[in-house]
Design a protein around this ligand. Structure first.
Ligand SMILES: N[C@@H](CCC(=O)N[C@@H](CS)C(=O)NCC(=O)O)C(=O)O
Length: 210
């Protein structure tokens, strides 16, 4: 039975559709229109208590019983473990995937998200301060990613991507919106093109979500 993906057309939402496509799992999209505050609907809050997309409901969870998962990082790990894909079983090889997934969840998402917020504010000192802080931090994070990708095809694994790549890609997809051109980030640019050339990734970004 298909997994329900409750989501909207945003970086955090796209991470999960990309992963589902890459894993070949059947799923249906349930649009939660966050521009209309649908994330506060009781039906959604019942299994997504933080009123943020994405969340999933899997009718065939562990033990064949239904399960719901919220928080995109937890969803990616759940799906990777369910399918035995995109997350190495070897504990040593798994560590960098967890490191870079947490790096994304803790920084390379919250920081560009603040840039998106401050860009929409009226001109003035608050906007100036917010952008100086969060755009600066976002650019620093892109620099960290570029150095990590030197001599590597994927962020945390060899021979193919992991869920860490899917998580980071969701936000890099919005690099123009948070005003970080890839000039001067050659390794990020090459990785981005490599990831975006994957047919499943393309399907994950194209599936209607709004
Ligand atoms: N840490 C959460 C963040 C989710 C998140 O911030 N989702 C945004 C869209 S990208 C949202 O639902 N915003 C609705 C709101 O702010 O009320 C995750 O990765 O799942």
């Amino acid at each position: 039975m298909a997994i329900e993906l409750w989501t909207y057309n945003t970086p955090n939402g796209r991470k999960v559709s990309v992963a589902l496509e890459e894993m070949g799992l059947p799923y249906s999209v349930r649009v939660v229109d966050i521009t209309k505050n649908e994330q506060f609907n009781p039906e959604f809050l019942a299994f997504a208590p933080n009123n943020r997309i994405p969340a999933i409901r899997d009718p065939e969870g562990p033990g064949g019983q239904p399960i719901a998962v919220f928080e995109s990082g937890a969803i990616l790990l759940y799906l990777a473990e369910k399918t035995g894909t995109f997350l190495p079983a070897d504990p040593r090889a798994r560590v960098p995937v967890l490191e870079w997934l947490m790096w994304q969840m803790g920084g390379f998402g919250p920081m560009p998200g603040q840039v998106h917020h401050f860009l929409m504010q009226p001109d003035g000192p608050a906007k100036e301060y917010g952008l100086a802080r969060y755009h600066g931090e976002t650019k620093r994070l892109y620099g960290v990613l570029d150095r990590r990708l030197a001599g590597r095809e994927y962020v945390a694994t060899e021979g193919g991507p992991s869920v860490a790549d899917f998580a980071i890609l969701g936000w890099a997809w919005r690099h123009e919106r948070h005003q970080v051109p890839f000039d001067g980030l050659p390794n990020v640019a090459a990785w981005y093109d490599r990831m975006m050339a994957r047919p499943a990734v393309q399907r994950g970004f194209e599936v209607p979500m709004s």
